[in-house]
Design a binder for this molecule. Structure first.
Ligand code: MG
Length: 331
């Protein structure tokens, strides 16, 4: 038997987080508290992105009341269990696994004023991730600036474009910039043969198109990197797929609450210890996209690293204990 409690929150974006959502609308999510009958208690985040196909928060909570657990909540409960087991023995998530570096998420390329990237680089970042697909001309200019700072680049089209847009974009990337592009994520909606063509131009990463891949009938290699989001995806199954297809893996959070970020980073650290170079730098520092809150204020950020901070499990002990928890009764 488990008991579920939730505490709704809002994250206030500083800039438009991707090509799909309006700039300033607050983002709704809920923290979850899960209690198991054996006296275990753990916490996780639930942060749906309806723009990316998730069932809205209210709907997911309503379904729980009817006894139906969404796959996203199932994943949150799994993460809460990890947290609970660490809390029980008063261990911190940073006690498990190896340090993993994060990429720098560039929310808005218009912030690329002279000196901006020098500062980012001096903090220790080596890779910049940029969402593209809104204004290709300006994005190409931004790309040139990042390359001039000699930083590696991850691009993400969020599958909003088409083969034609992607191909035109790639043909305009200067030859000197191209080797600095580590990969392009979700260049356009998943289609095995078209993606196999795309990866002849540049390494391709699979992220939000994960659920469109016919895993059992793949005939050609259509991506080079798998983006693993523990908030959404079964970690073990995804790793097995990556190993079978000989792809690398990048762990990212779900542009969610700091509790979600720390959970994702915990998975990244554990997998890094187990799989070494198979694991690329991760992308778990997205809290900067939102106005600071009492949780993000507690995080111990040192350049591209999130370092150990006080508390058990994912931390935030006091804050989590004192949330206004509401029971999610199972009928
Ligand atoms: Mg993505």
């Amino acid at each position: 038997m488990i008991q579920l409690f939730y505490s709704p929150y809002e994250l206030k974006p500083l800039e438009s987080p991707n090509a799909l959502s309006a700039a300033t609308k607050p983002r709704s999510g809920a923290l979850l508290k899960v209690e198991w009958s054996e006296g275990l208690r753990g916490y996780a985040d639930l942060h749906p992105w309806p723009e990316l196909g998730d069932s809205p928060l209210e709907d997911q909570l309503l379904e729980v009341r009817k006894g139906r657990i969404s796959s996203q909540i199932e994943q949150s409960i799994w993460l809460a269990r990890r947290d609970a087991e660490l809390r029980k023995v008063q261990k911190n998530i940073f006690d498990e696994g190896d340090t993993v570096r994060n990429n720098f998420l560039l929310a808005d390329y218009r912030s690329l004023k002279p000196g901006y990237l020098d500062e980012v680089k001096s903090e220790g970042f080596s890779t910049v991730k940029m969402k593209v697909g809104r204004n290709l001309k300006e994005e190409l200019e931004a790309l040139t600036l990042i390359a001039a700072a000699k930083m590696r680049i991850r691009l993400d089209f969020n599958a909003v474009g088409s083969w034609q847009i992607f191909e035109r974009f790639m043909s305009q990337v200067p030859p000197s910039v191209r080797p600095l592009i580590e990969y392009v994520e979700d260049p356009f909606p998943y289609e095995e043969k078209a993606w196999a063509e795309a990866r002849k131009l540049i390494p391709i990463a699979l992220d939000n198109q994960y659920h469109r891949v016919p895993w059992d009938t793949l005939s050609v290699k259509s991506f080079d990197v798998l983006v693993l989001k523990p908030a959404k995806m079964d970690v073990e199954k995804t790793m097995q797929r990556a190993l079978a297809l000989k792809t690398k893996v990048t762990v990212t959070n779900y542009m969610d609450h700091p509790v979600g970020s720390v959970h994702a980073l915990g998975i990244a650290m554990e997998l890094k210890r187990k799989w070494g170079d198979l694991m690329l730098d991760c992308g778990c520092l997205t809290h900067r996209l939102f106005q600071m809150n009492s949780f993000s204020a507690e995080m111990n950020i040192q350049g591209p690293y999130l370092k150990r901070f006080k508390g058990s499990g994912v931390g935030f002990d006091k804050l989590l204990e004192t949330q206004p928890w509401q029971p999610l009764t199972l009928s």
